[in-house]
Design a protein around this ligand. Structure first.
Ligand code: LMR
Length: 330
């Protein structure tokens, strides 16, 4: 038995060497937490399609949606450990690695997704992509989802309506402060746990985009959704810096080109997917969508404004000003 095992070990070693000679394809695991039918889900699948078409037999991309492989916090660790090669967390999930990206969580900073797009494509936005390389993360692009809406089992028209309610938030101190400014109780929680938390009443409400609300069926567990557009959920596609820099240059350049195209593809779809999902939520009759008057919208903006003062030192006033300037089309 012992001899047999030794023989097998030798054989395995020989095959291992032979494997190196014939070059196994590079495997890229792309893990994310949302459904396939969302802007991020579609972007990941488009990236896979482009890469495998251009690098047949050389690179294989496996996409794992819906926290199937790793949930929020775990995917960040898994990337550093080399258990996955690509992830695309929401910009609200990077605060541990850089305070700068907190700019995206400031309430009512961006008027719409076009302003966010301008900011991300500008010099400062592009600079942020490489701001976490010392921590092992290289950003390859920004992917849009959309503007956040506020849902609960209580009708919320003015900020006072949110008082005392428990809201699920992403792991972001800015978002925590935003809800505290409303005298509400924020609770940081992984995305995969939200539906159940809403259903069981662990939390009363949450904030998210139409596409996430629809694809996770949050609207079936919430009586009201207030169309606040008070913030954004967007993503940074990140890879492991060591892995990325260690790739053969010709392979890396095809991946770069494919990422740029998948980014354009996903970003073009994002607005339409969110609009379509809003309509599906409306048509479902399972929840009531509340539209705010201009005056009510201004009240929410005012109630959340104290957050700026609190986080300006961390984020940097220059970054906030640049983000504000992106609201004006050049
Ligand atoms: C959330 O946690 O609500 C979102 O960041 C999920 C996502 O990736 O869109």
């Amino acid at each position: 038995m012992r001899n047999l095992l030794t023989g097998m070990t030798v054989l395995a070693a020989v095959f291992g060497l032979a494997g190196t000679a014939t070059a196994e394809p590079i495997k890229i695991k792309f893990s994310h937490v949302v459904a396939d039918a969302t802007p991020k889900g579609k972007g990941a699948l488009e990236f896979k399609r482009l890469v495998e078409e251009r690098l047949p037999g050389k690179v294989v991309v496996e996409v794992y949606p819906n926290s199937q492989l790793f949930g929020d916090a775990k995917e960040m660790e898994a990337l550093l450990l080399g258990d996955v090669q690509f992830i695309a967390p929401s910009l609200s999930k990077f605060a541990k690695f850089t305070k700068k990206l907190q700019v995206f969580d400031l309430p009512f900073l961006f008027d719409d997704i076009h302003a966010i797009d301008r900011f991300q494509k500008g010099k400062i936005g592009q600079g942020l992509l490489t701001s976490m390389e010392s921590k092992g993360y290289t950003g390859l692009g920004y992917w849009h989802n959309g503007m956040k809406q506020l849902s609960a089992n209580k009708a919320m028209r003015v900020p006072e309506d949110a008082k005392g309610l428990k809201f699920r938030i992403q792991p972001s101190d800015v978002l925590e402060a935003q809800f505290k400014a409303l005298s509400a109780n924020p609770q940081k929680m992984a995305f995969a746990e939200v539906y159940q938390a809403l259903q069981t009443g662990t939390v009363d409400g949450q904030e998210n985009t139409w596409s996430n609300i629809y694809s996770q069926k949050f609207h079936e567990a919430q009586k009201y959704i207030t169309e606040t557009n008070h913030g954004v959920i967007d993503y940074m596609v990140v890879t492991n810096t060591k892995f990325w820099k260690g790739l053969p240059a010709d392979i890396r350049s095809v991946l770069e080109k494919s990422m740029a195209e998948a980014t354009a593809f996903s970003n073009k779809l994002a607005l339409d997917i969110n609009e379509a999902d809003k309509k599906k939520i409306m048509d479902s009759g399972k929840t009531q969508i509340i539209t705010l008057t201009k005056d009510q919208q201004a009240q929410w903006r005012k109630a959340m404004a104290p957050v700026y003062k609190q986080f300006a030192p961390d984020v940097g006033q220059d970054l906030i000003d640049a983000a504000l300037a992106s609201n004006k089309a050049s």
